[in-house]
Design a protein around this ligand. Sequence first.
Ligand code: PLP
Length: 239
Amino acid sequence: MKTLTERINAICARIRELEIRYGREPGSVNLLAVSKTRPAEDVAEAILAGQTAFGENYLQDALPKIEALTSKKLASNDLSWHFIGPIQSNKTRDIANHFQWVHSVDRLKIAQRLSDQRPTHLPPLNICLQVNISRDPAKSGVAPEQAMELAMAITQLPALQLRGLMAVPSQTDDPDEQRALFRQLRELAETIRNAGIELDTLSMGMTNDMEAAIAEGATMVRIGTAIFGPRNPPKAPTT
Ligand SMILES: *Cc1c(COP(=O)(O)O)cnc(C)c1O
């Protein structure tokens, strides 16, 4: 059994290897450790191993962890907390108060609330639009053809900084199919950039499709299982 520190080191090494293999600039792919459902002790261990960016899906599971770990000051660098789960309107205030990034914005109403509720003493909240690139009716995300309009509207919101696009494509084990979907997200980002909107982030790739995502231009891969091991079902699936 490898330790958590060994698994983090292995993932980082693998990311560096894939950057080289696919002609990506060294250091251009960042690791977001998805710590949803994991106890604060596991996150603390990851921080001691040098990891500073963490992804959470369930607000009531995340808030006590954020509080515990922020006060502990385990890291020399600041931690960044990324909200990556579906967002209900009544959760936006806590998200705007406690996170640095939100990857799962898929409608204007939520973006407006996040901007209105972002405390003025904090820097703008970094935002990725979640795009339903597989057009799967069971998945969240803005439809690809509506992403441009939503991106434009978000650039007008004062307390938000639009950073990029995010996708969770339908699962497939075929690397070519994985790449085809990630390519669509990258091309959509290019289309939006060509309209004059700055985007520097492509949040795509999880444990099972990280290689395809890096090959297609991911700048942030969201990895849970390969770092923390298999998950138990979440306690709070409604969040
Ligand atoms: C759980 C989750 C991940 C991490 O998935 P793994 O397969 O465990 O690496 C990434 N992104 C989102 C949006 C998730 O919900």
